[in-house]
Design a protein around this ligand. Structure first.
Ligand code: PLP
Length: 376
């Protein structure tokens, strides 16, 4: 049996409906901002329950804009995690700030207990990442941030649809970022993102800044850039938003079945802890595996396209050398990087395929091994 990681050709197999939507766009010639982008922004605002949504080119742009909007300037420090996609940290560096890492916890989310000690007089923002479609402990992050009067920018890039006690991620921090990259829960035909906020002043800045600082065609209010969402992507995203809950529920069903199927493996394969009240949307289904490299090879040989996100934490990347961290700086994150494994559990994976993956993994661990190292 094959279990594929990529689902995009299947997701867009019924292409005619999208083409029909695009015909309407083409007929108007509204190829820069305009009604199609505005319609999507309104729809997404209603979907997550936020006042302002500004479409952007990418999730990375959304993060850069969000950091600027909360006042991060060159020389400031921004607290985040080293176990994320590079864009979280790249965005901090792009605005001239210094990333300051804290370790992750056993759920691969920011370890909230470490934030307070990382705060200095130069800390200008905290960027918790809702990693892999699972919410960080954002309520606890907000408590610490509010105590220190430091703005929070949620990196909710992988996590459209995730909630904490019924409230959408990306609505807790002051200005927050989402991605619509093709492998995200709400995905478009290329790149796309959104920066979202309830703050009118921040929204005013973001609308100007992401469109050259233009108040009107002939009036430049502030220096800006072009980070606009393309109307083509807005059209695709508008239609997809109608289905996102249905698709997410299938991913949740798949993840729960995998959790159950793998739960007896205990000390050799650890299923992530799932707190009550958190809706996890499983942009990636991740677990921690002993002998990860061997298991990965075994799964691939059995037709399961498993992956690793990511084998090298950011503080150990060449680009991060100047930050002065070393191996041992973030032990939980480093152990996780050695053990973490992504299994395909997306909306096109069937129950049979889920059960097949559980069987293959059980088969792998039933085999005699030379040495067994315990997962952290
Ligand atoms: C945690 C995280 N932050 C930021 C990004 C950047 O989003 P984009 O690829 O849309 O720039 C991604 C997506 O790849 C991500 O997973």
């Amino acid at each position: 049996m094959n279990v594929q990681y990529s689902y995009l050709p299947r997701q867009f197999a019924e292409v005619d409906q999208y083409i029909e939507d695009l015909r309407q766009l083409v007929a108007t010639g509204e190829f820069t901002l305009g009604p199609f982008v505005e319609k999507f922004e309104r729809k997404f605002a209603a979907f997550i329950g936020v006042k302002h949504v500004i479409g952007t080119n990418t999730g990375t742009d959304a993060l850069i804009l969000a950091l600027k909007a909360v006042g991060v300037r060159p020389g400031d420090e921004v607290i985040t995690v080293p176990n994320t996609f590079i864009a979280t940290v790249g965005a901090i560096v792009a605005v001239g700030a210094k990333p300051v890492f804290v370790d992750c916890d056993d759920r691969d989310q920011i370890d909230v207990s470490q934030i307070a000690t990382a705060i200095t007089c130069r800390t200008r923002a905290i960027v918790p990442v809702h990693w892999a479609g699972c919410p960080a402990d954002i309520e606890a992050v907000m408590t610490i941030a509010n105590d220190h009067a430091i703005p929070v920018v949620e990196d909710a890039c992988p996590s459209v649809g995730a909630t904490v006690n019924g409230r959408s991620v990306g609505t807790f921090g002051k200005v927050n970022a989402f991605s619509m990259h093709p492998l995200k829960p709400l995905n478009v035909w290329g790149d796309g993102g959104m920066v979202v906020t309830d703050d009118d002043e921040a929204a005013e800045f973001l609308r100007l800044y992401h469109n050259h600082g233009l108040r009107h065609r002939d009036h430049v209010q502030i220096w800006g850039v072009n980070n606009r969402l393309q109307p083509i992507q807005a059209v695709i995203a508008t239609r997809l938003l109608d289905r996102i809950n249905e698709e997410t529920e299938i991913r949740i069903r798949n993840a729960r079945r995998l959790d159950t199927g793998l739960s007896d493996l205990g000390n050799v394969l650890r299923v992530t802890r799932r707190p009550a009240g958190y809706r996890e949307v499983y942009q990636l289904y991740q677990c921690s595996a002993n002998r990860r490299a061997d298991l990965l090879a075994f799964l691939i040989a059995r037709g399961v396209e498993a992956k690793v996100h990511y084998p090298i934490p950011i503080h150990l990347q060449a680009a991060a050398k100047e930050l002065g961290y070393k191996r041992g700086s973030f032990p939980v994150c480093e152990r996780q990087a050695d053990a973490i494994l992504t299994l395909p559990a997306h909306q096109f994976v069937t129950i049979d395929q889920i059960d097949y993956m559980s069987e293959v993994i059980h088969e792998f661990y039933a085999k005699p091994v030379v040495s067994v190292r315990k997962v952290c």
